[in-house]
Design a protein around this ligand. Structure first.
Ligand SMILES: NC(=O)c1ccc[n+]([C@@H]2O[C@H](COP(=O)([O-])OP(=O)(O)OC[C@H]3O[C@@H](n4cnc5c(N)ncnc54)[C@H](OP(=O)(O)O)[C@@H]3O)[C@@H](O)[C@H]2O)c1
Length: 292
């Protein structure tokens, strides 16, 4: 960071600001290139050596987040529930970036599992800098009148209780460290309500928004930020399980950007909020939905 109160710029300041300013006079396009490269490097550097725990990282957005964080040099704790084979595939890909990895099975809706997962992560890495509460889904689509107590309880356990339990256990560690970043993955369903097909899911994600706001205020004094990302339609195995091709087509026809999003696009936003670039952002719910 450029320190306006120091007369002598550090080497990093020279490289990030002064060199591009000098080039700007003689070669503006090169100057822009250097600035862009430096911006990328700054973001990558401040994730270097960090430890990220990503829930539901066996597939989809969780896997993309684990790989984007690993690409920037963060060690990754890869959580899964049922799909060990895919979790090991995420691990194999993450290791290509030279980071350390730990694969942990845990049902995020079960206190005992979550406590053990966090304990293992802290034992291995001595800290957790970043928590991505990503594990989630609608469990089953159904109209409100057909939503059973079992489905309601399961969806709340996965999306809301899971975020509560993982946040509580990891925040205990972050409070000791006096630093941390929590990113919760909710859904635009929380804004739309998903009438007729998954009001239960929308309600659980709405709860994640309230949790995000409350935690952001309760932990701000510990230098911990808590934000939520609300994705729209994203191309992951989620839709093989919970959507018909007709449903996907119908939603795309209502997206101003006219296409489905990619998990990598969501992962970029996750990395932004998890990096120092997001230091002054907390308690926000950011939509990534192509304008929907
Ligand atoms: N895709 C979309 O269009 C979309 C839109 C809005 C929000 N989202 C949200 O984005 C998040 C990621 O979804 P995705 O699209 O990437 O779906 P996905 O590919 O189906 O991934 C879901 C992940 O959650 C894990 N998971 C499920 N139950 C779990 C449990 N009880 N404990 C721990 N992990 C569990 C799964 O692990 P196992 O397979 O190993 O069990 C899997 O890794 C979810 O919170 C979802 O609600 C997705």
């Amino acid at each position: 960071m450029f320190n306006m109160f120091s007369a002598i710029p550090s080497d990093a300041e020279k490289e990030t600001l002064i060199i591009p300013i000098i080039y700007a006079k003689y070669n503006p396009s090169l100057s822009i290139e250097i600035l862009k490269r430096n911006q990328r490097r700054t973001m990558e550097q401040n994730l270097l050596g960090r430890v990220s725990l990503i829930t539901g990282a066996s597939t989809g957005i969780g896997r993309a987040a684990a790989l984007s964080l690993a690409r920037r040099g963060s060690h990754v704790v890869i959580n899964y529930n049922k799909n060990r084979k895919e979790a090991l595939e995420t691990e194999k890909k993450a290791r290509c970036f030279g980071v350390k990895t730990l694969v942990v099975r845990a049902n995020v809706g079960k206190e005992k599992d979550v406590k053990e997962m966090v304990k293992k992560a802290v034992k291995e890495f001595k800290k957790i800098d970043i928590l991505i509460n990503n594990a989630g889904g609608p469990v089953k689509r159904s109209s409100f009148l057909k939503c059973t107590e079992k489905v309601w309880d399961e969806v709340m356990a996965l999306n809301l209780k899971g975020t509560f339990l993982c946040s509580r256990e990891v925040l205990k560690q972050m409070v000791k460290q006096k630093t941390g970043k929590v990113v919760n993955i909710s859904s635009v369903a929380a804004f739309h309500g998903s009438p007729g097909e998954s009001v239960h899911y929308a309600a659980s994600k709405g709860g994640v928004h309230s949790l995000t706001i409350g935690l952001s205020k309760e932990f701000a004094s510990y230098n911990i930020t808590v934000n939520a990302i609300a994705p729209g339609l994203i191309n992951t195995p989620f839709h093989e399980k919970f959507s018909t091709p007709e449903r996907v087509k119908r939603i795309i026809s209502n997206i101003p950007i006219s296409r489905i999003g990619t998990p990598e696009e969501v992962a970029e936003l996750i990395c932004f909020l998890a990096s120092d670039a997001g230091n002054y952002i907390t308690g926000e719910v950011i939509r990534i939905s192509g304008g929907r």
